[in-house]
Design a binder for this molecule. Structure first.
Ligand SMILES: C[S@@+](CC[C@H](N)C(=O)[O-])C[C@H]1O[C@@H](n2cnc3c(N)ncnc32)[C@H](O)[C@@H]1O
Length: 309
């Protein structure tokens, strides 16, 4: 609860600027908008259902678009949405925040490197199984999936473990999945990448860095909506049974009942005793679920222990 309040306070204190640099007073915009009325306006004007999105996040996103489009208020903006298909697309795109980074949360990646991945290799060797299966759910342009694939590549080579791995990266956005498959990044995206990983796992090509084919081959990207109620795991994975799932900075954009749908999928997809990595911002929701035990608080890394959420 404290977390939700902090999150909302943070969002309320946020001051957006449109492309001309004009500051938008978010408190006023948010207060003027009743969340369900906003959902109805968008449904009627653009024919899309945005009721799953977190109410404060949705209001902030619409307020930003109102400011950028020059509409006077939500009602006028609704009319704009109805008249201009492109504005509806821009709004929907803005709801899929796709910022990501390689090795984004250093504490989590340190734990993956030092504890989780070595333990998975040990378990596989002990059980005679040969493949480690990992799912990066909401993978944006592939940074998270490639980060874990890089660590695993290094670990398996160092231990001569003879274990193979497959990382499945999924995202609801077609554009993100296409970018992830390309695996090409601006040099600015390399700021958290260690020099030895940069040398061993990327190729410099003109103005960009391309992920090495050795790593690329171990990662499979596909489109998948985490809110799809017809499936429990992405069809591209055929079955779940993941040793590790990463789902970071995705749940926080959704209302609580939809966060539970996502957590349910993660839990269902994990093998017994499997590991789950989320973000610091989402850690408390997972912490309060009895299905998971925090591995080393305050890191947002968990082990599945059974129970419900
Ligand atoms: C902020 S990025 C986070 C990327 C990465 N997990 C990280 O922590 O750096 C959120 C990603 O989740 C994706 N996403 C949002 N809703 C989704 C859904 N319902 N199903 C699958 N992916 C979703 C977005 O398209 C975006 O790429």
């Amino acid at each position: 609860m404290a977390f939700v309040q902090n999150h909302e306070t943070k969002m309320r204190n946020f001051e957006a600027r449109d492309s001309s640099g004009w500051a938008v007073n978010m408190d006023t915009c948010v207060d003027q908008m009743e969340p369900d009325a906003l959902v109805d306006i968008i449904r009627q004007a653009a024919g899309c259902d945005v009721s799953s999105f977190d109410e404060v996040f949705l209001a902030k996103s619409v307020a930003r678009r109102i400011a950028a489009s020059g509409a006077a208020d939500a009602a006028e903006y609704g009319q704009r949405l109805a008249d201009d298909r492109q504005e509806a697309e821009t709004l929907l795109r803005s709801l899929l925040v796709c910022h990501s980074e390689f090795f984004r949360e250093p504490l989590s990646f340190a734990l993956l490197e030092a504890l989780v991945l070595p333990e998975l290799v040990r378990r596989k060797k002990q059980s005679g199984q040969r493949e480690i299966r990992i799912w990066s759910a909401g993978c944006a342009a592939g940074q998270e999936a490639y980060s874990v694939a890089i660590l695993l590549d290094e670990l398996v080579a160092a231990r001569e473990a003879g274990i193979s791995s497959m990382v499945f990266g999924t995202d609801v956005s077609e554009a993100n999945v296409a970018a992830a498959r390309r695996g090409e990044y601006h040099p600015a995206a390399m700021q958290n990448v260690r020099l030895r990983h940069l040398d061993a796992c990327f190729l410099r090509q003109g103005d960009s860095y391309r992920i090495a084919s050795r790593i690329r081959e171990r990662v499979d990207f596909s489109i998948y909506d985490l809110l799809d109620t017809r499936t429990n795991c992405p069809p591209a994975c055929i079955f779940g049974d993941f040793d590790l799932v990463l789902c970071s900075n995705v749940m926080l954009y959704y209302r609580p009942e939809y966060r539970r749908v996502i957590l349910g999928k993660v839990s269902h997809g994990l093998s017994r005793g499997g590991y789950f990595v989320t973000s610091q911002a989402e850690r408390e929701w997972v912490q309060s679920a009895s299905a998971f035990r925090a591995l080393a608080p305050p890191a947002a890394v968990f082990e599945q222990v059974g129970g419900s959420w």
